[in-house]
Design a protein around this ligand. Structure first.
Ligand code: HQG
Length: 191
């Protein structure tokens, strides 16, 4: 596949595995997995996608910088990012002391007022890697704001954290008082 085909197929996988499984007649298990053969049958039914085979899916998984999809045994799932009605379950975990969330500068005031909300997805997406947070924020703003979350205190206060993957932490929402006053950049500038 060329890069354009890889991107289009990855977006189609996101549509099927994160957002619209039911529209396409796919039923995900409680952790978001679907048999790979069912996924391929569904993809191949669509006009223009008849050529897709398991190796193309593997190529997406192995070439992407982000681990968006994973295959375990004969099943595949989107690792995070779901908007489906049926909530995907993840193991609860103890978070690191601080977690980051990259967003657009224009959203910061509302977030400080209301906290972080999952918006269209099932969970708020957080990371322990500020570079990854910056990457996420840059989707919406060339100079994103990297919010810092006092995860240790939220955890001590019994807010629940879920682990989706290495570097991907999920919460149902983040109340505003756990968002630290300094942005990540500002914190570094002070050093
Ligand atoms: C913002 C992508 C105003 C929030 C990414 C974000 C990630 C608020 C947007 C993953 C708000 C939701 C998830 C509030 C939250 N007021 N704005 N109270 N609360 N927001 O896409 O975290 O490349 O649903 O800051 O890289 O950006 O697709 O979440 O800007 O890993 O694999 O509302 O999806 O991964 O946006 O991204 P999203 P996200 P992929």
């Amino acid at each position: 596949m060329n890069e354009k085909q890889r991107t289009l197929l990855s977006k189609f996988l996101a549509l099927l595995l994160r957002h619209r499984a039911d529209t396409y007649g796919l039923s995900l298990d409680p952790e978001g997995y679907v048999p790979l053969t069912d996924l391929l049958t569904t993809i191949n039914r669509e006009r223009g996608w008849e050529w897709v085979q398991v190796e193309h899916i593997n190529e997406i998984i192995t070439t992407q910088q982000k681990r968006r999809y994973e295959i375990i045994d004969e099943d595949i799932r989107a690792v995070y990012g779901h908007s489906l009605a049926a909530e995907v379950r993840y193991p609860q975990i103890a978070p690191p002391t601080v977690l980051f969330h990259g967003t657009a500068r224009r959203f910061v005031d509302a977030i400080r007022r209301e906290g972080l909300k999952p918006m269209r997805r099932q969970y708020v997406h957080l990371t322990d890697d500020p570079d990854l947070a910056a990457l996420t924020g840059r989707r919406r703003d060339p100079h994103p704001a990297i919010l810092q979350l006092d995860a240790a205190r939220a955890h001590a206060d019994e807010h629940v954290f879920f682990g989706a993957d290495k570097g991907v932490f999920l919460m149902k929402s983040v109340p505003p008082d756990y968002i630290l006053p300094e942005l990540y950049e500002e914190a570094n500038n002070g050093l």
